[in-house]
Design a protein around this ligand. Structure first.
Ligand SMILES: [Ca+2]
Ligand SMILES: [Ca+2]
Length: 404
């Protein structure tokens, strides 16, 4: 019997590439500044991905010591506070405090206080290095004047070895005192066998339950918009993406799009459960908690095939239900960080969209290969592929094939 050869004529189309926005500067985790509008690519655990991080405001008045030491003082006027203009973590300069003796609770603190309302949660962070033992503390300034030495610590990281290379310390505190509190940020010597030297740079005060990347004043939210007109098959399809969560909260809106009726929203919550709405809010499949946690890379697959919606994480099915209605249609744009009530806050390594519902075994094979440092293939059923390997433009890892 003669072999039958089927030739499918695949036209490589030029599609509109994704767009990225962030109308402010930001910093890489190395401390290097990235200009406004430029995406941040970070390689973590051998994977280069694109950061899509939430907005923040750093309320510290002089957080990087590039000009002087305005706004900072040595607690109890003890030890020596100076500014060094080479070797800073952020920019070129940093602050150094050298202890005069081994007394605890000495070290630099902000002159100005921050107001924290009852039940409010804050996070303070600082890049530090030096020698001896020390800690990062939230110091009670209530009743104190600006420039005072404060009272007791409301919270601290406990006694830590001060690292020899720049390391970030971060401390989250919720004001459960029932009172308005006024607080200083204090980087302190503590239980030292010998006097400490503490170098400080990139100090941050955020009204959040976690630290985000450092910024001098304010960072706007980063967004990624993926045009999907002609890319999605309403009958069935698959979206696979690799994620590293930067934090988990209510809610991380990871992949969102408007529908003619209701919403397409793939999101996570503070417990690490994943949710996928198609239509009404909370209509879609929801996994158990703990499916995602902060730090590791995951491969997530979203599969639609009327009437089911199914979510896989690392090749295992974690949630499914029958809420998919193909007559509604699919979004013409997907956004990261463009959702209704949350921030994506993730690093994304790849995204692959396919024109059919890939099987559980295919999805498991892709996840397994990925977790062994592979990447998913761009095959005949792939309608869109983003590699996020240093660029998001066409030719930088983007490939587009219209559905067959
Ligand atoms: Ca600096
Ligand atoms: Ca990548």
């Amino acid at each position: 019997m003669a072999a039958i050869t089927i030739t499918r004529n695949i036209a490589l189309a030029t599609s509109t590439p994704p767009t990225f926005s962030r109308p402010s500067v930001a910093y890489l985790t190395s401390g290097q500044q990235v200009a406004a509008g430029q995406p941040r690519f970070e390689t973590i655990a051998g994977r280069m991905g694109l950061w899509v991080e939430e907005r923040t405001t750093n309320e510290v008045a002089n957080p990087s010591f590039e000009i002087d030491l305005t706004g900072w003082r040595a607690r109890f006027n003890s030890g020596t506070l100076s500014r060094l203009s080479a070797g800073g973590f952020v920019g070129s300069s940093f602050m150094r405090w050298v202890a005069a003796d081994t007394s605890d609770f000495r070290g630099p603190l902000t002159s100005a206080y921050f107001t924290v309302n009852p039940n409010e949660t804050i996070t303070v962070s600082a890049w530090v290095k030096g020698s001896g033992k020390g800690t990062l503390a939230i110091l009670d300034a209530t009743g104190q004047v600006v420039g005072g030495d404060g009272g007791g610590w409301l919270s601290s990281l406990g006694a830590l070895d001060i690292p020899s290379a720049w390391t970030r310390w971060a401390l989250t505190w919720t004001n459960n005192t029932g009172l308005v509190k006024y607080v200083y940020i204090h980087i302190s010597q503590w239980v030292t066998p010998s006097p400490a030297t503490i170098d400080v740079d990139g100090v941050q005060f955020e009204r959040k339950g976690y630290a985000t990347t450092y910024v001098d004043t304010s960072r706007a939210a980063e967004t990624l918009t993926i045009p999907t007109a002609g890319v999605l098959n309403p009958q069935q399809g698959t979206i696979e993406l690799s994620l590293q969560m930067l934090n988990l909260h209510n809610w991380n809106d990871i992949l969102t799009g408007a529908l003619n009726s209701g919403r397409f929203d793939f999101f996570t919550d503070a417990s690490g459960a994943v949710h996928w709405d198609f239509g009404l809010s909370n209509s879609g499949p929801i996994s158990a908690s703990g499916v995602l946690s902060v730090g590791p890379w995951y491969v997530v697959a979203l599969v639609w095939s009327a009437p089911s919606l199914t979510v896989y994480v690392n090749g295992s099915q974690v949630a499914t239900n029958n809420s998919y209605d193909p007559s509604v249609g699919l979004p013409t744009n997907f956004g990261l960080n463009t959702g209704w009530d949350g921030d994506a806050d993730c690093n994304i390594d790849f995204l692959r969209i396919s024109s059919r519902a890939r099987t559980a075994s295919e999805i498991a094979a892709v996840a397994s290969a990925y977790l062994n440092n592979g990447t998913p293939p761009v095959d005949a059923d792939t309608t869109y592929y983003l590699g996020f390997d240093g660029a998001i433009t066409l030719g930088g890892g983007v490939r587009f094939l219209p559905p067959a």
